[in-house]
Write a protein that binds this ligand. Sequence first.
Ligand SMILES: Nc1nc2c(ncn2[C@@H]2O[C@H](COP(=O)(O)OP(=O)(O)OP(=O)(O)O)[C@@H](O)[C@H]2O)c(=O)[nH]1
Ligand SMILES: [Mg+2]
Length: 435
Amino acid sequence: MNIWTVLHVLFVIACIDLRFTECKTKQDSAFDVGVNDAPEFKESKPVRYLLYNVNPGEGFNLRRDVYIRVANLVKLLNDDEPWALVLPPWGRIYHWQTREISQIKLPWSLFFDLESLRRHIPVLEFEEFLAVSEKPVIDEIYYLQRYKEGWTKWEEKMDILECLEKHGYSKGKDGRWHHWFFGYGDDVYANKFECMSYMGHAGFIKPFLMHNISGSRSVMLDRAETLLHDHFGQKRSWEGRRSMVYAKHLRDIGDNFREKYLGSTDKKDKTVLDDWTKMKKKHGDAKGGPYLAIHLRRKDYLYAHGGEIPSIQLVPKKVKSILKKHKLKKVFIATDAPNEEYEYLKQEFGEKVEVYRFKPTPEEHEKYKDGGVAIIDQWICAHARYFIGSYVSTFSFRIQEEREILGFEPEMTFNRLCNDDSDTCEQPSKWTIKY
Ligand SMILES: Nc1nc2c(ncn2[C@@H]2O[C@H](COP(=O)(O)OP(=O)(O)OP(=O)(O)O)[C@@H](O)[C@H]2O)c(=O)[nH]1
Ligand SMILES: [Mg+2]
């Protein structure tokens, strides 16, 4: 870790402190202070750190949704005391199957713009957290789990109980708790570990964090996907989502591809990006590039939802009328399908339609990993005039959200392909943006 990273971390910490003592909001009127105005000083509390982890089986796109839930818990905590969220390093994700490149200990800055995240809540990378910690220790870990007896009536409750499942934490002879910890397990340990049966929204755990374990500097919630959204689909969760701006290096690659192959630029297509806290687009503000984009989920989806998606050879037939209606000649395909399947699909479209797929250079792939390539695909889909997703895929959902942020008409976004037997299946719910 170089000196700049350390300085940056100290700066972030100082800002968190400032936020809490409200120095920041006062500074605008600093010159209005009269001689009799006594300065107000609140007691400044030390920053506490919330860490989290998600069920190892979950994919990249659900994890991004879990971030919003935890981030908004941190937002709520900051109403009362200073908390910072420690971002769980990315890695060991089931779908990231390119074995030739190392895909663990990946920082969030590889995929997201940290400055934008910080306009919502204070965040630090895991390595930054280690750098500001005296010892590589997490004070307490709570592993969220269901209730043994299941439930008949929904009610918010939480109880520290016996562990019900294999959790991967073990207590050493040294009395410390050990775990893989995102690949840092040789050094990092925890002082305390408990299983907690939990049923409730994310904010429901706030009093526990504030009062029951007020002495701990760092607390980790594992299986954080158990926490429900406090305000699903509402303003606050959209703020969390809007703060998740993709890293500029990925946006740039996507933008170059759009310009070079799809004739799409932000100015022409009315998709110019601004600081998210200032952006407030209306439906129809965005026009989008002159292409139709399809997210075609294949691989493991064929087993899980095979009955709901069309076979490859029927895809062109299903989109031809849409291309005609919107006078489009180009199709961009984002897919996890192997290349043979893609080539076959391209052929099936015939000569009148230009079909494109984003292929990273080996260097780009090595640098930005499978997650970065997925984001570039999502970014290009988000800028299309018309988008068609795959049935209940969280990968498609993240594209739909991005298009809501950019200001597309919902009719141009919330679409999916029906299976081979139908052309009138139920279309995705329109989760429109709230400001
Ligand atoms: N590059 C790229 N990768 C994709 C595409 N579709 C799927 N993938 C890969 O497969 C993963 C999709 O898995 P999830 O994030 O679980 O999303 P999902 O499986 O579509 O949806 P759920 O199972 O409902 O969560 C992505 O993270 C990518 O790694 C695609 O169009 N382009
Ligand atoms: Mg999945």
